[in-house]
Write a protein that binds this ligand. Sequence first.
Ligand code: HEM
Length: 132
Amino acid sequence: MSVSDPPAIKRRPVYLNLVRIRLPLPGIVSILHRISGAALFLFAIPVVLFAMQASVESEDGFASLKSMLANPLCKLILIGLLWAYLHHFFAGIRYLLIDLHVGDDLAPARQSSVAVLGASLILTLIIAVRLW
Ligand code: HEM
């Protein structure tokens, strides 16, 4: 090949089709950790601050917050945010342990991602049943 030849085009695989990407379980836990972190920052913190403010502002504020929280749609949103918190919490502990090289081999990493998904879903379900 001389210096004037165009560079050979390499056919590299492109995995940009989000519908076709098959993430392994630890990958799913990871993307959900990012999504839940963003949801906590963007929605859960404002909701908690609003609820705290309304609950201590006045008796009327407390009563209107109470009736608002009795609305099924509000309950569903709260349950969604609760799941986001629990998933982020358990996945966060998993990452902190992995940072310490605890369970960072393939098999334990798979098992801990199942544990994170299971624990957050089961706890959300238990609290949701009590909340409803
Ligand atoms: C309201 C509370 C919280 C908010 C708003 C929040 C938000 C976030 C966000 C936005 C990220 C970056 C995610 C990414 O870009 O991949 C993050 C990462 C992280 N969070 Fe939280 N978080 C909260 C609570 C917690 C708690 C309670 C834990 C404890 C287990 C935790 C553990 C972590 C860890 C370990 C990471 C880094 C994960 C990594 O190595 O990629 N977070 N958090």
